[in-house]
Design a protein around this ligand. Structure first.
Ligand code: HEM
Ligand code: NAG
Ligand code: NAG
Ligand code: NAG
Ligand code: NAG
Length: 329
């Protein structure tokens, strides 16, 4: 009997890895740049804090850019690539929903500072991951460890955006299928959505909830009135926007979840997290206890930073974050 179990054990040990379809994981480490760029942490921290003080919308924009980078081809800087005449890049897909310029700017600034200190060493993907963590912490969010060693990818295609980035008109199932594809649970999806505790959205993303044809009766009436004012010319003036968290818009806290319970969720995709019975328990939990939200958000961000990372075989350290080192046609 025990030798049968022993044999079974041997079989399982040898068979399981070969039938597993998981791609090889590039291992990231905390002190990846310790020898090659010892001031990496300090340079990132100082550069992003200067920018954040001058331009307080930077943090939210960068958090969103990082999320999009990781959900498109993995966290490999693909979202940073500029379109050229041979390739329409991710950032220029119609669904880019105006990714904020300040976030691209922060990556450029950090890259410039790092290229002076340690040329050709730090990837753009790592810059975006580390800058995001520093900025989230600066605006009151939890600190978490960022492991490093990501390489920059070789592909950025606009047509791959659709279906890989969640949209405000998605159902919870639509969103869940995108998060599941990237290895996240329902609870982690709700925690990450807490990123909407900072930043803003352009009016077209929620206009149908206030102007109709069928205005959403579950949106708080006073809030809806304020939004109508903020968005009155949104069809002509594309810059019109509103805060995702109208109560504490610049602060990273659990107010987003408290808002959802009071009809103050801005996007339809925010509001349904409270409506749907699969996600509501987590909305309730995070609204009641900010500590749990911060713990879950921090763990989920660490995990987000490992999605589809590239190594030396399928990546490089770009010289400029918006261009591949070689023109690939
Ligand atoms: C769950 C599904 C999600 C949907 C449907 C969604 C959708 C959106 C939309 C439509 C905007 C407004 C964009 C604009 O008009 O400029 C936005 C902004 C934002 N999103 Fe999400 N998002 C989702 C998840 C996330 C996640 C997981 C994060 C990060 C962890 C995130 C972080 C942000 C941030 C910080 C902003 C504000 C950006 C700024 O102020 O520039 N979102 N999101
Ligand atoms: C988003 O795409 C549009 C259309 O291609 C482009 O004009 C715009 O510059 C893009 N936004 C960013 C931030 O790249
Ligand atoms: C959701 O919005 C996108 C982009 O605005 C649009 O292309 C798509 O048709 C919409 N889907 C539904 C089901 O309304
Ligand atoms: C467009 O809206 C923004 C934000 O509400 C405002 O600051 C700006 O002056 C408006 N531009 C025009 C041309 O009306
Ligand atoms: C909130 O969650 C934390 C961490 O899980 C826990 O230690 C604490 O007791 C909770 N606080 C309340 C008031 O439930």
């Amino acid at each position: 009997m025990s030798s049968f179990l022993g044999a079974l054990f041997v079989v399982l040990v040898f068979v399981v890895p070969s039938i597993s379809s998981a791609p090889p994981v590039t291992s990231l480490t905390k002190d990846y740049y310790q020898k090659t760029c010892p001031d990496f942490g300090k340079i990132v921290r100082e550069t992003v804090s200067t920018k954040q003080v001058a331009q307080p919308t930077t943090a939210a924009g960068t958090l969103r850019l990082f999320f999009h980078d990781c959900f498109l081809e993995g966290c490999d800087g693909s979202v940073l690539i500029a379109t050229n005449s041979f390739n329409k890049a991710e950032k220029d897909d119609d669904l880019n929903e105006s990714l904020p310029g300040d976030a691209f700017d922060i990556v450029t600034r950090v890259k410039t500072a790092l290229e002076l200190a340690c040329p050709g060493v730090v990837s753009c993907a790592d810059i975006l991951a580390q800058s995001t963590r520093d900025l989230v912490t600066m605006i009151g969010g939890p600190f978490y460890e960022v492991k490093l060693g990501r390489k920059d990818g070789f592909e950025s295609k606009a047509h791959k955006v659709r279906g890989n980035i969640p949209l405000p008109n998605h159902t919870v199932q639509d969103m869940m299928s995108i998060f599941t594809k990237n290895g996240f649970t329902v609870r982690e999806m709700v925690a990450l959505s807490g990123g909407h505790t900072v930043g803003f959205s352009h009016c077209k993303e929620f206009a149908d909830r206030i102007f109709g044809p069928k205005p959403d009766p579950e949106l708080d009436a006073h809030f809806s009135g304020v939004l109508k004012g903020l968005c009155k010319d949104y069809k002509v003036n594309k810059t019109m926007a509103a805060f995702l968290d109208p109560i504490t818009p610049g602060k990273f806290d659990n107010m987003y979840f408290k808002n959802l319970k009071r009809g103050l969720g801005l996007l339809a995709s925010d509001h349904i997290l409270f409506k749907d019975k699969s996600t509501r328990p987590f909305v309730d939990l995070y609204a009641e206890n900010q500590t749990v939200f911060f713990e879950d958000f921090a763990r989920a961000m660490e995990k987000l930073g490992t999605v589809g990372v590239k190594g030396d075989k399928d990546g490089e350290v770009r010289r400029r974050c918006d261009h591949f080192n070689k023109l690939n046609v």
